[in-house]
Design a protein around this ligand. Sequence first.
Ligand code: NAP
Length: 302
Amino acid sequence: MPNKTSALIFERIALIGIGLIGSSIARRIKRDGLANHVSVSARSQQSLDKALELGFADSVTLDQKESVKNADLIIICSPVGTYSNIIQNIKSNLKLGAIITDVGSVKQAVIRDLEPHIPEGVHLVPAHPVAGTERSGPEAGFAELFEDRWCIITPTSQTEKKSIKQVTEFWKSLGSNVEIMEPKHHDLVMAMTSHLPHLIAYTIVGTATDLEKSLTNEVIKFSAGGFRDFTRIAASDPTMWRDVFLNNRDAVLEMLQRFSEDITALQRAIRWGEGDTLHELFSRTQEVRRGVIEAKQEKMYD
Ligand code: NAP
């Protein structure tokens, strides 16, 4: 059943951070007229100039406090390690009734950093669009990024139902399907589906570059054998991913522990020539791949 809508839900939207995710949101808002004014702030003037040049911002400023003035919806779209400073900067300039949401890849740490500083009469609705690419910066975004993708909203005990509904409608208007989840559960699920795969990709590519030079050159030359797919994931933004691992430590370590046990079991199966064990696992994983395709979660820009 379609659950997508397209209507003006917010008059004025402020985006803090205008990289892959922020600029994709801004592009979609401008393309579909989802707000009358998009105000943008970033860390560098260069990104702000680019936002104006590409036409997805109505106003830009390096001053975060200025950018959120009169905004009905504020979306924090910067690495999660920046949130503490951002809320300190903006909290005294938030409009009564405004909603603060975000796109951060972890949720418990985001709530820990934001919630205690949310002023009375302002509403926090933590969210995470499960969509992305390995590219970053304002030029990397595109309006279709969230189409048919999940956006997970992780309300806290203090989150007002009306605000959840508004943020849900907003993400549906961006083309997403919306799921509501407990923050802790979100972090555990993402540790397995996103954070661990990134860690493995970073490790494999790191190991390859530590080989002696001639071997590394061959790895790159013949990368179509499988390595290439890991290099794509391992090209993801280092700051964003550093912050993800530092802020989802427990869940990542738990999944990493399970992974280490499983890889040790595979090591043993290879050593002892236990072909059936290997074949049984590889058959099960083929099924998982089919499930991903059936769930329409496979896209060219993944
Ligand atoms: P990105 O392309 O690297 O963009 C980050 C943006 O944040 C840039 O505009 C940057 O400004 C700005 N920024 C950095 N530090 C800042 C600070 N201290 N104050 C204000 N702005 C600051 O990153 P992204 O991929 O869009 O990721 C942004 C967020 O989305 C992260 O929290 C990440 O966890 C989440 N997320 C990412 C993906 C993904 O696949 N990439 C998917 C889902 C969610 P400058 O441009 O001036 O440097």
